[in-house]
Design a protein around this ligand. Structure first.
Ligand code: NAP
Length: 274
């Protein structure tokens, strides 16, 4: 087991925007080579240390090709950051199977495909770091984003089971749980058809809820805050299993952990206009 090896070569998904783009910049500035994958295949301004690649996490071959390319060019793959994601909004009632699958496809199965493509290489090396960008919503479920909350909780859960399964292999897992971050995520959010129908019974509550969450996101922290948290984890000899960046969100995480559900759910329902 070589858990102290320095992280040099990184595969990052969702690098064309927001948290991914900021993380790629920070890691490159700190001497790492980042293969920054996204469907667009861009990574902002060309920069030494960032190699933009076209990658769709929903396509198993695309994930495998990205890993094969990295190994053939660099001979190693030290870390993967599963960051690609999207959000769907709408009440659970009326969410279609396809809409629910769309949410899980990228945020859960996409992460799973990416990790599965990296594991054989990491296992052979006896070293690897797997970081999944989940969300505080993995531990703090919110109304009208039930599918998103469930997908993030599922990914966090997978990361924790995996860290046990990989015991003794030199491969470590860490889940990063960001709070509100100002990125393209808000504009890219999609809505269920039911949430837009004129006779949807949740309309009034949703209007207030959506206005609040969009305001929180648009005034959220800079994506570089999450990039720095990721960089810190990659530099640690032993990564945290779960990390919530920034003290205010850490505090939220602590309160959520100690509050009984019978109190937590009514408080959140009131705060988030359910
Ligand atoms: N913003 C927040 O408040 C917040 C809070 C907690 C957690 N998060 C999580 O942080 C992660 C990054 O989100 P962000 O806020 O930076 O949002 P963003 O600006 O919308 O970035 C999302 C990234 O994911 C990529 N992506 C989406 N589907 C993909 C696919 N099938 N294959 C490959 N790449 C794909 C997008 O690139 P292409 O469109 O080019 O493929 C883009 O680079 C997400 O997992 C999100 O759930 C965000």
């Amino acid at each position: 087991m070589k858990s102290s090896r320095k992280v040099q070569i990184v595969l990052l998904t969702g690098g064309s925007s927001g948290i991914g783009a900021a993380t790629a910049r920070l890691l490159a500035e700190n001497g790492m080579t980042v293969y920054s994958g996204s469907r667009r295949g861009t990574a902002g301004e060309p920069r030494e240390g960032i190699i933009p690649i076209r990658l769709d996490v929903n396509d198993e071959n695309s994930c495998r090709e990205a890993v094969d390319r990295i190994v053939s060019e660099q001979g190693r793959l030290d870390a993967v950051i599963c960051n690609a994601g999207n959000g769907i909004y709408g009440p659970i009632e009326g969410t279609t199977d396809d809409e629910a699958r769309y949410q899980f496809e990228t945020c859960v199965f996409g992460g799973l495909k990416t990790i599965q493509a990296c594991l054989p290489v990491m296992r052979k090396q006896g070293f690897g770091r797997i970081i999944t960008v989940t969300s505080v919503m993995a531990i703090l479920q919110l109304p009208y984003q039930g599918l998103y909350s469930a997908a993030k909780a599922a990914m966090m859960s997978l990361s924790e089971s995996l860290s046990m399964e990989l015991k003794g292999t030199g491969i470590q897992c860490c889940s990063i749980l960001p709070g509100d971050v100002a990125t393209g995520f808000t504009a890219a959010r999609t809505f269920t058809a039911y949430s837009k129908s004129p006779d949807c019974p949740y309309r009034k509550q949703m209007e207030k809820n959506l206005a609040q969450i969009e305001k929180d996101e648009n005034s959220g922290m800079a994506p570089a805050v999450i990039g720095k948290a990721i960089l810190r984890q990659l530099r640690r000899r032993r990564m945290s299993i779960r990390k919530i960046p920034r003290i205010d969100y850490k505090l939220v995480g602590f309160v959520v952990r100690i509050l009984p559900e019978e109190w937590k759910i009514p408080i959140l329902a009131k705060l988030y206009h359910a």
